[in-house]
Design a protein around this ligand. Sequence first.
Ligand SMILES: [Zn+2]
Length: 204
Amino acid sequence: MTGAGPALSGKQVWQRLMAGNLRFVQGLFMRRNLVDLRRTLSQGQQPEAAVLCCSDSRVAAEIIFDQSLGDLFVVRTAGLVLEPTSIGSLEYAVAHLHVPLLVIKGHECCGAVTAAVEHPEVDEGHIGAIVRQIAPAAAQARQSGVSGPELVEAATEQHLRALAETLRRQSPIIGEALDAGRLDLVVSKYYLNSGQVLTLNATF
Ligand SMILES: [Zn+2]
């Protein structure tokens, strides 16, 4: 979608990403001339969305949405946990690259969420910092009475929604862009087997 036509709204960008996800699900990937694209993009980038997603090797946003070089500004951390540098990266995409859409894309069977559910006390290197950030969502999900894999999925969805609130609250840049209507935010979840991304929440 690089540099094509007039600027799109956040909703239009999401529709394009979902169309890309459908191509991914069906295995009908868009053909691209990556050499030409690489040369064009050497002049600068104009991505159409910022994406916060997990470091899990199975969930790369560019592949899942059938996008290419220059399309997505992606921040990946295990379990999508936030820290000042990852929030700052998203702020850069909003304030300086003027992306109209911020996507939080979690996924099914997330190892970081599973760890927060099963071993919230883990204290190995810096891994504990990841788990501690997800633990409140896991504790809240547990109150709904579910257990096992269902608890992991409930905790994941709780965590993803909490991330949206955290970004809005901790980042005046993101919060003000959302309030001014310059930015839309989608909370979504990727399913490993089907390949589908489902929308959990959207500002449009
Ligand atoms: Zn994960």
